[in-house]
Design a protein around this ligand. Structure first.
Ligand SMILES: C[S@@+](CC[C@H](N)C(=O)[O-])C[C@H]1O[C@@H](n2cnc3c(N)ncnc32)[C@H](O)[C@@H]1O
Length: 392
C-alpha cells in the first residue's frame, strides 16, 4: 500500500471507532482486526503502520472527533508529512478543503478534563496517561522465583518483588516460561494492588470483582495455595477464564462464584463475616488505563460515571458484610478520578463508624486521600487508587 492509502485506511477505521464510541460498539482493537480481515491486500508492514496511525490519532484527539478524516487532520496539524499525503492520488485521501472540520486536541472531553484537574491530576500526569504502556510480567511464585528465572531476554526487575518489564510487543505467550505458568502478564500497578491486600497462607480471601482472575492468581500465589480463595463476578464469560488460567498457574486454592447483578448478597450469604480480606477491584471508568485503551475517553459520559460510582459504593458496603472483625477490605480502581477513589473511601468511612484506613507500605505510589495513587508519570504503571480499610 502507498503511504497515502494507509492514511485513507486509518480514516475508514477511525470512522468505525468513532461510531462505536458513540454507540457503545466494539473496542478499537476489534474494529482494526475486522478491517484487516476484509482487506487482505494489506501486508504486515501496512498493518503495523495503519495500526500505529490509528492509535496516534486517537491519542491526539481529546473530545470525540467529528469523523475519521477530521481526526487525522487533527494529528496532521503536528505532522506536516501527513498533510502532504492528502492529494487524492495513490488511493489516498482527497485534498484538504478550506474550512474543513479538524478534530480538537487535548487530553479528554472537556467535562472529563475538568474532573481530572479536580482530582489533582496535573498536565504531566495527564499527558503520561496517553503514552504507550510497557509490558510487565509477574513471576508466579508457585512455580518460579524472579532471581532464578531464565527467560529468552534480559527483563528489567521492577519495584514490586515479582515484577519484570520486557519491551512492548514481546511475544511472551510463545515462551516456555509462559506455557509452564511461571509468568503471567500483569501490570506492575496491578501487582502492587495485590500486595496491598496482604493475603497470607491459611486465610480466607474473597476477590469480589475477580473478572478473569488476574488478581486472584496473584492472591493465590501470596497464599502459597493454602487457605480459601473465592473469586466472584457478575460476568460469566470473564469468570470462566479463571479455571484454565488457574490450571496453567498451578493455582488449586481458587473457587469461583457467579453473581447475579443486584442480588450479590444472596449468593454470598454463607460468606458473611468470614473473610480475612475482601478485595474490591471495582468496575470503574478506567481513566488509569488510557495508555492501553485511549478511545475509552470518548466512551465515558457523566451519566455512566455516576452509575459506576453508585455501584462502587454498593460493592464496598457489600464487602463490609463479608469481612470478619479485624479483617480488611482492599479497595482498588484503575482510575485517577477522586469520585471513584479517595472520595469513595472518605464516604465509606463517614457512613461506617469504627472502620479505619490501614494501608501497608507499598513499593510504588504516593499518598492520596486515605490511600495510595499510582500513576504512569510517577510510577510507570497504569493509574490506580488503592486503599485498605480495617473492620473494627
Ligand atoms: C476492574 S474489573 C476486575 C478485574 C480483575 N480483578 C482482574 O484483576 O483482572 C471489574 C470487574 O467487576 C465486575 N463487576 C461488575 N459489577 C459487579 C457486581 N455487581 N458484582 C461483582 N462484580 C462486578 C465486572 O464484571 C469486572 O469483571
Amino acid at each position: 500500500m502507498t503511504p497515502a492509502a494507509r492514511v485513507q485506511a486509518a480514516i475508514e477505521i477511525l470512522d468505525g471507532i468513532i461510531h462505536a464510541a458513540r454507540n457503545q460498539g466494539p473496542p478499537a482493537d476489534r474494529l482494526i482486526a475486522q478491517w484487516f480481515k476484509g482487506h487482505r491486500f494489506a501486508g504486515s508492514k501496512d498493518k503495523r503502520a495503519i495500526r500505529e496511525l490509528v492509535y496516534d490519532t486517537i491519542r491526539a484527539c481529546g473530545p470525540v472527533p467529528q469523523s475519521g478524516r477530521a481526526a487525522v487532520l487533527g494529528l496532521a496539524e503536528e505532522r506536516e508529512e501527513l498533510r502532504a499525503l492528502f492529494t487524492g492520488e495513490g488511493y489516498g485521501p482527497m485534498p484538504i478543503e478550506a474550512d474543513e472540520p479538524v478534530a480538537q486536541g487535548g487530553i479528554a472531553p472537556e467535562w472529563l478534563e475538568d474532573r481530572l484537574i479536580a482530582s489533582g491530576v496535573g498536565q504531566e500526569e495527564a499527558e503520561a496517561l496517553l503514552s504507550r504502556a510497557p509490558l510487565d510480567l509477574r513471576v508466579n511464585t508457585l512455580k518460579a522465583q524472579r532471581d532464578a528465572l531464565e527467560l529468552p531476554l534480559d527483563a528489567e526487575p521492577l519495584a514490586p518483588p515479582h515484577a519484570l518489564r520486557v519491551p512492548t510487543g514481546t511475544r511472551v505467550e510463545d515462551w516456555d516460561a509462559y506455557a509452564s505458568g511461571a509468568i503471567e502478564v500483569q501490570d506492575a500497578g496491578s501487582q502492587t494492588a495485590c500486595l496491598a491486600v496482604g493475603a497470607q497462607p491459611g486465610q480466607t480471601v474473597i476477590d469480589l470483582c475477580a473478572g478473569a482472575g488476574g488478581k486472584s492468581l496473584a492472591l493465590a500465589a501470596a497464599m502459597a495455595n493454602d487457605g480459601t480463595l473465592l473469586a466472584s463476578d457478575t460476568d460469566r464469560r470473564r469468570l470462566s477464564q479463571l479455571g484454565p488460567r488457574a490450571e496453567r498457574a498451578g493455582v488449586t486454592v481458587a473457587q469461583t462464584l457467579l453473581l447475579d447483578p443486584g442480588r450479590e448478597a444472596e449468593a454470598l450469604a454463607e460468606w458473611q463475616g468470614r473473610a480475612d480480606h475482601v478485595l474490591v477491584d471495582a468496575p470503574c471508568s478506567g481513566t488509569g488505563t488510557w495508555r492501553r485503551n485511549p478511545e475509552a475517553r470518548w466512551r465515558l459520559t457523566p451519566e455512566e460515571l455516576e452509575k459506576l460510582t453508585a455501584l462502587q459504593a454498593r460493592l464496598l458496603d457489600l464487602a463490609a458484610t463479608l469481612v470478619k472483625t479485624g479483617g480488611h477490605i482492599s479497595y482498588v480502581t484503575c482510575s485517577l478520578l477522586d469520585e471513584e477513589g479517595a472520595g469513595q473511601i472518605d464516604d465509606f468511612l463517614a457512613r461506617n463508624t469504627g472502620w479505619r484506613a490501614d494501608l501497608p507500605e507499598l513499593p510504588l505510589g504516593t499518598a492520596h486521600g486515605q490511600g495510595i495513587r499510582l500513576s504512569p508519570a510517577h510510577d510507570g504503571t497504569d493509574g490506580f487508587f488503592i486503599a485498605r480499610i480495617c473492620k473494627p
